[in-house]
Design a protein around this ligand. Structure first.
Ligand code: FE2
Ligand code: FE2
Length: 496
């Protein structure tokens, strides 16, 4: 899309809307979705091929007796089982989970690679170490941290199912009863570990819960395995060893995966919400008014994100840093003018507008330099979209007799491309407006502000729905009075 079109707030959806099609707020179905589908399919096929070859040569020991019909059928079945599981994983993530929401293949690729590594390691360990040493809990922990809980749950159960099929299909390679028992016990361990551990907290606490609940699950699994299978102390030790190995490898690899894939894990986001973060401290020192505004926006954005099923922690962190660019020139923003001096009084409106508009680009630059996750940088970049700076545009119109170029008075950024960016845009606007008009009817003001953004086409490039917008509006109407400490009006006493 051309810069001019973006500035004017136009999009393909707008054009379709003019043609009478109901496309408001609908996601753009463009080439990116098709490219994503084929990339995912290619990756799926590549991973299935590599895993099948790994199984055929490293686990099954090649075709020592030659390429007999049974061996070939067995290996082909492994390929089909894996391909089917990964197609299911893709379909689930595309339509029900979080991994493929943003037209990026990365989260799906991460979940696929983790699953493939787990399948490969499990098949090899079950053959060469013990059928009870199945590092499947590792998959669940890592996938939940890097991609999302729903993806992890689906990935865990489909991977366990794939392993069961492969084991059942290869009677000569594995002790089938023991292997199935081992897979079930380790799947249960992984599930209990993640559900009991939670995700928001200090890493050391989560590590403790991982080990604690991992051991409880392993103990329960030992009882089950004793009843259902010829069980020995050695097997029990292997079951506990797989818990320790899963947790240890997870915690050792998590920072590596964080860096390699630049994935915005909740653990990483949590660090950015710490008030002791140096960038947040700098904001507090250089632009205290902006800092306070950001804290208020963060509370609203967190509540709205939770209400529409988005990541509340990411919404909070994004809000903390959305106006970080203002630290380069804090005095140009009303919330930081405490002594009555306003530098805009000495500037022409065009220059004033450029000073205001610059804070988004400055923010992106600062966040990138400091190595912030892509998701937080994107939210800062998109929080004004292509909205106009009305105050200075109106001031210029008042001062100018001739025509006035409106493009000098609008933010030249991307419109929100994620729900988090859209939530941030709404909460930012609402917080500022309510602060400036505390006597106004809050509900009517919020409705008007949101309608203005919709009319300007600010949400045409993200998949936020009208239903989401209604939920956000309702959440704001409920949250704002608490934040601004509106007093309950006492009823006047009836005159006798
Ligand atoms: Fe801003
Ligand atoms: Fe703001």
């Amino acid at each position: 899309m051309s810069k001019e079109k973006r500035r004017a707030g136009a999009s393909a959806a707008d054009t379709a809307e003019e043609n009478g099609e109901n496309t408001a707020l609908a996601p753009k179905k463009d080439k990116r979705a098709r490219a994503q589908f084929f990339k995912a399919l290619g990756l799926n096929a590549a991973v299935s091929c590599v895993l099948t070859l790994f199984y055929a040569f490293a686990v099954r020991g090649g075709f020592g007796t030659g390429w007999d019909r049974e061996s070939i059928t067995e290996v082909i079945t492994v390929f089909f089982v894996l391909t089917l599981v990964y197609i299911l994983l893709f379909a689930y993530e595309k339509y029900f989970a979080e991994a493929l929401k943003g037209n990026s293949i990365k989260p799906f690729a991460v979940s696929l690679l983790i699953s493939a590594a787990t399948v490969g390691a499990s098949l090899a360990f079950m053959k060469y170490v013990s059928v009870f040493f199945v590092p499947i809990a590792f998959l669940f922990l890592l996938c939940a941290a890097l991609v999302g809980l729903r993806t992890a749950i689906f990935n865990l159960f489909t991977t366990a199912l794939a392993l069961c099929f492969i084991v059942l299909n290869n009677n000569g390679v594995y002790d089938v009863n023991g292997a199935i028992c081992g897979i079930l016990c380790n799947t249960f361990t992984g599930a209990l570990m993640i559900f009991a551990s939670g995700k928001n907290g200090k890493r050391v606490d989560i590590l403790f819960y991982n080990v604690f609940f991992g051991f409880i699950a392993a103990a329960i699994s030992t009882v089950y395995a004793t009843l259902s299978y010829e069980f020995s102390t050695e097997n029990a030790l292997w079951l506990f060893a797989s818990v320790v190995a899963s947790v240890a490898v997870f915690w050792l690899l998590l920072p590596v995966f964080d860096k390699i894939f630049d994935v915005c894990t909740d653990f990483r986001i949590f660090e950015y919400t710490n008030p002791a973060n140096p960038v947040l401290k700098e904001l507090k020192e250089k632009a205290p008014g902006t800092y306070h505004h950001s804290i208020m926006v963060a509370s609203l954005a967190e509540a709205c994100a939770e209400a529409v099923g988005e990541n509340p922690l990411l919404a909070r962190a994004s809000a903390y840093y959305h106006d970080i660019g203002k630290i380069k020139a804090p005095e140009f923003f009303g919330e930081n003018q405490f002594d009555g001096y306003n530098p805009h009084d000495e500037l022409i409106p065009e220059v004033s507008a450029s000073k205001i508009i610059a804070h988004t680009k400055n923010g992106v630059q600062i966040l990138k330099e400091k190595g912030f996750p892509e998701e937080i940088v994107r939210a800062a970049e998109e929080h004004h979209g292509t909205s106009p700076v009305n105050f200075f545009y109106n001031k210029a119109k008042y001062m100018t007799e001739g025509g006035l170029e409106s493009t000098d008075y609008v933010y030249d950024n991307h419109k929100p491309t994620t729900k988090i960016s859209a939530i941030l845009m709404i909460c930012d606007t609402v917080e500022s407006a309510v602060r400036a008009n505390q006597s106004a009817d809050t509900e009517a003001l919020i409705a008007k502000l949101i309608k203005d953004k919709i009319d300007m086409g600010q949400f045409n490039e993200c998949d936020i729905s009208l239903k989401d917008i209604e939920i956000i509006k309702k959440t704001l109407v409920e949250s704002i009075p608490h934040m601004f400490h509106s007093r309950v009006r006492y009823q006047t006493e009836k005159k006798e």
